[in-house]
Design a protein. Structure first.
Lengths: 454, 537
């Protein structure tokens, strides 16, 4: 495992290009494009205002930078550094911006969700989508990029519009039986659209591509409902995480619940492995990773090493009961992610903020629990293999694979609190992002099989 | 009754002591007198007898009577003596006193019983109270539960009503908001903000390189078609997967069916079952035939499917029953065999242990008797039998000694035999060597004689030296023998020849000594004659 040096970053805007060759990062109003392997600066662009959002186009030729305050989107080309494009929404304002799957259209959501403007980079045409829904996930593209689903709300009713991305033709328009639609997500096979309701109502609806309602699922009434959902990569399963600290798995054949995963404060099943992060006494002994020695010495003086111990079941976790009189309480399943090979599901119960729960989907049982010293900030699966990277706000990155798990200290001189991370599309490296800096971590292929806890 | 004389009553039991204690306390607390005296537990029959016998015996009748008289008079009974100072006893008064005492006893017993009755009555009352309290508590709790349930229901109703109200309000607010949005939108659009524009250096080509197409009905239709194609593809894939699964499961079911049929033993079926199974079996066979056919064509009609599942269910039930029967049998048999085994094993075990114990006892007895006999032999006086025995013992000893001596004798005999053999061998060897020596000697003498005869003519003073010649000859002989010795040494013919040389040396020494001894002053020819004689010998 090799670590690059720290580079400046702002706004947690560090993205790998889809073809895996470049890494884009923002520092205030500058956009820096680096080569992935050497981290040399390939391009440097300057925008008009502080960048709030960047996104690569699907063919990695263009990158858009959105500045919400100014209502401007600037698009840069990597092939032609001189090429520039600026989209000014003016008084309409800008709340969100994204690429279309073909990489030639930009969808801007104006302020107050008045409309979505579809700007084309190829033609002079502009399209408008009226009454978009002001929710977290209002726009969803199918994986193959053919269709787009947009959530709308007219006359206090929710609708979903399906568009063909090639020419923006409205394919289907249907209403949904939701009180207040919260999000929409396509299944990876592009044939089923999941639509779920606000957290005040536990309801999830499944629509086919042609707009027919396939099924409805409601686990219970009155209590807070769905917090997060995730499709399995094969579209076989739909995992629904709710505020009652449970994950319910629906199957794609009958759309009925096949199992429920509970996240109790005490784990008693003897077949579950619980890795507990413990601090090692700081020592300047030889480390197993190929660091340059100077950096290692420096880091070991200021930071404490940690390692994983296997805790004996039964294990109790730190359980937090949130205050009842606040909105959006920190409880329930806040994070859900399937591994790319469809074998594992990683979840996080916000009531137990220090633990990552990894479920074996083949057996539909709890497989591993990672108990960290600090609260989990984010976790991401490797895009190619069942390897999970976790960060908890300190300068360590944690990797878990079925072979074992390891805690790696990032060798930095100063403070580096990793808040987010993103994998390279090939799974060979990942970018570790903190509030002010980022670094790139290169993984060797052999890292997979090593179990490192002394 | 002031003077308390110590009554000499044999103190045998503690009961009597207690009596004295109580009676001594009598003066101190007269009202408790009766109760104290009578609170003594009625002694049991045994102790009663002992008590009674302890109090009054043949020796102290007078004293006990006087004591009793005193006691009774202090209690208020009339004296038992006929006269105040006499020794005659007033039988009537005694009987009366006894009667009075019995009546008192009865009264006291009844009082006790009444006390107990009152106590138990009070207890009952207390328990009844408690029961009433608990029941009332129970009722209260039930009531509370009901209240809670009602509250919950009420709260749920409240929630639902509030939710509907909230939704209504939200909708109202949303409508207002929408109106504002529309207004704003109109304003924004009307302003014709020239800023809302896209500035681009040059338009970029499409990703797929084609030119953009107009949106027409054709394209719309094509899009619809495309969408349906995508959906159909997905469904087809799923259907294929399901078909595969189905086929596998059907295969598994068929296998299971076959196995179940093979497991079910047909001979154990009762006639009733047979009659039932008859049609079923035939049905099954039909089914199998049908299903095989069906599978060949890979159809799956509902009826066939149902038949298959039903038949499997039936067979499974039959198998289950069969297995349960077997289980019961096995458990019965198992428990039975275990018991027998246990019994047998235990019996065997016990028998064997008994046998072993008997054996041990017998051995012990034998050892004991032998020890005794030994001791007797050593210690006790001799009888004729014992002397005979002893004699026998002695004889035995002698016999053993003789046997040992015989053994020794045999060994010695063997040794002697060995030695004799070796000696004979040695003698034979000696004889052979002597022969050889004689031959050598003869040869040498011949030589000498020949040489001597030549020399004799030359000189006559050879007689004296002849004697010495003998020795010198002897010496020469010795030298020769030495040389002969040496020769064998060189030839490495071993000690035998050396021995022979030595013996020859010995013989020659002897012979020459003999020769020397015999004729002290004989002339040489005599010597020579002897030597010739020897030679001729």
């Amino acid at each position: 495992m090799d670590f690059s040096e720290l580079f400046k970053l702002s706004g947690l805007l560090g993205r790998f290009s889809p073809d895996g060759k470049c890494l884009a990062s923002c520092v205030q109003y500058r956009l820096i494009i680096r080569d992935v392997n050497t981290l040399q600066i390939l391009q440097l662009y300057t925008c008009l205002d502080q960048i709030q959002y960047i996104e690569w186009s699907s063919d990695s030729l263009f990158i858009l930078c959105a500045m919400y305050k100014r209502g401007i989107v600037q698009v840069w080309s990597l092939e032609q550094p001189d090429w520039h494009c600026k989209i000014d929404e003016g008084s309409a304002g800008l709340v969100a911006s994204c690429w279309s799957p073909d990489g030639r259209h930009i969808l801007n959501t104006t302020e107050f969700h008045l409309r979505i403007t579809v700007w084309s980079l190829c033609t002079k045409s502009v399209s408008y989508i009226k009454y978009p829904k002001a929710c977290q996930q209002g726009i969803a593209f199918t994986k193959d990029g053919r269709y787009m689903a947009v959530a709308e709300r007219r006359d206090c009713k929710d609708f979903v519009s399906l568009f063909v991305c090639s020419n923006w033709q409205l394919l289907r328009h249907f209403d949904t039986e939701t009180q207040d639609l919260f999000g929409i997500e396509w299944a990876p096979n592009g044939c089923v659209l999941a639509v779920w309701d606000t957290c005040l109502e536990y309801k999830i609806l499944l629509y086919s591509l042609d707009g027919r309602l396939l099924s409805t699922y409601q686990a219970y009434e009155w209590s807070l409902g769905i917090k997060s959902i995730a499709w399995s990569p094969s579209s076989q399963f739909l995992a629904i995480g709710s505020y009652d600290e449970k994950v319910r798995i629906l199957n794609h054949v009958t759309w009925k619940k096949i199992t429920e995963f509970e996240h109790p404060a005490t784990v008693t099943n003897t077949k579950t492995i619980v890795y507990k992060e413990v601090e090692k006494s700081p020592s300047v002994e030889t480390e197993r990773f190929s660091f340059p020695p100077t950096r290692a010495l420096a880091s070991s003086v200021f930071s404490t090493q940690s390692k994983y111990d296997i805790s004996q079941v039964p294990v109790s976790f730190q359980y937090i009961k949130p205050v009842a009189d606040r909105a959006n309480p920190k409880m329930g399943i806040g994070m859900l992610a399937f591994s790319p090979d469809n074998c594992f599901l990683a979840t996080k119960n916000d009531n137990i903020p220090n633990a990552v729960w990894i479920w074996d989907i083949q057996k539909l049982k709890l497989f591993v629990v990672l108990e960290q010293l600090c609260a989990i900030q984010s976790f991401q699966w490797d895009p190619r293999q069942p390897r999970l990277a976790v960060c908890t706000g300190n300068s360590k990155v944690y990797l878990w694979s079925p072979a074992g798990c390891v805690s790696v200290q990032v060798p930095t001189e100063g403070d580096f609190q990793i808040v987010s991370l993103c994998w390279h599309p090939s799974g060979d490296s990942m970018a570790l992002l903190s509030k002010d800096n980022f670094c790139v971590c290169y993984l060797e292929r052999e890292e997979l099989c090593r179990q490192i806890f002394p | 009754m002031g003077d308390w004389k110590t009554v000499t009553v044999p103190v045998l039991s503690s009961d009597s002591k207690n009596i004295f204690q109580y009676t001594s306390e009598k003066k101190i607390s007269p009202p408790n007198m009766n109760s104290q005296v009578l609170r003594l537990p009625l002694p049991s029959s045994k102790s009663m007898h002992s008590f009674f016998s302890a109090f009054c015996t043949e020796e102290n009748i007078e004293q006990s009577i006087s004591y009793l008289n005193r006691e009774l008079t202090t209690l208020g009974f009339p004296s038992i003596y006929a006269e105040s100072k006499g020794k005659e006893l007033n039988l009537i008064s005694i009987i009366n006193c006894m009667n009075e005492l019995l009546v008192l006893q009865h009264k006291n017993l009844r009082a006790q019983e009444e006390e107990q009755l009152e106590l138990s009555k009070r207890e009952i009352v207390g328990l009844q109270e408690r029961d009433r309290q608990l029941q009332s508590k129970n009722r209260n709790l039930h009531q509370l539960l009901k209240n809670e349930k009602d509250e919950v229901q009420k709260l749920q109703n409240i929630i639902s009503s509030r939710a509907t109200q909230y939704n209504h309000d939200m909708k109202r607010k949303e409508r207002e908001y929408n109106k504002l949005k529309e207004r704003l939108h109109q304003l924004v659009m009307n302003k014709k903000d020239k800023k809302i524009a896209m500035e681009v250096l040059n338009y970029v080509g499409r990703a797929d390189g084609k030119r953009g197409a107009w949106r027409t009905d054709k394209t719309e239709a094509r899009n619809e078609e495309q969408m349906y194609k995508v959906l159909l593809n997905d469904y087809e894939q799923r259907q294929k997967q399901l078909l595969l699964e189905n086929a596998e499961l059907k295969k598994v079911l068929q296998q299971m069916k076959k196995e179940i049929i093979s497991l079910l033993p047909p001979q154990k079926q009762k006639p009733k079952e047979r009659s039932e199974d008859g049609p079923v079996l035939s049905d099954l066979e039909e089914d199998i035939g049908e299903l095989n056919k069906e599978n060949m064509w890979e159809l799956s009609c509902e009826t066939v499917r149902e038949q298959l599942t039903n038949s499997i269910r039936k067979q499974w039930r039959m198998l289950k029953n069969h297995v349960e029967k077997l289980d019961n049998q096995v458990s019965r048999v198992h428990s039975g065999t275990l018991n027998d085994k246990d019994v047998i094993s235990r019996e065997d075990h016990e028998l064997e242990t008994e046998k072993l114990e008997l054996e041990i006892q017998q051995c012990k007895e034998m050892i004991k008797t032998q020890q005794q006999l030994l001791q007797q032999q050593l210690m006790s006086p001799c009888d004729d039998d014992t002397t005979l025995l002893l004699q026998d013992c002695y004889l035995l000893e002698e016999r053993e000694r003789l046997q040992e001596e015989w053994r020794l004798f045999q060994e010695q005999k063997k040794n002697f035999e060995k030695e004799r053999r070796s000696f004979t061998e040695a003698a034979i060897r000696l004889g052979l060597e002597r022969k050889a020596f004689e031959e050598d000697r003869g040869a040498w003498l011949k030589q000498q004689f020949l040489s001597m005869s030549t020399d004799y003519k030359q000189s006559e003073n050879v007689t004296t030296p002849s004697a010495f010649i003998g020795t010198s000859d002897q010496d020469n002989r010795v030298v020769n023998s030495m040389s002969q010795q040496k020769k064998p040494h060189c030839m490495l013919s071993g000690p035998i020849s050396a021995e022979s040389c030595q013996t020859s040396q010995y013989i020659s020494h002897n012979s020459f000594n003999a020769a020397l001894k015999k004729p002290a002053g004989d002339s040489k020819p005599n010597q020579w004659e002897e030597s010739d004689k020897e030679e001729t010998e």
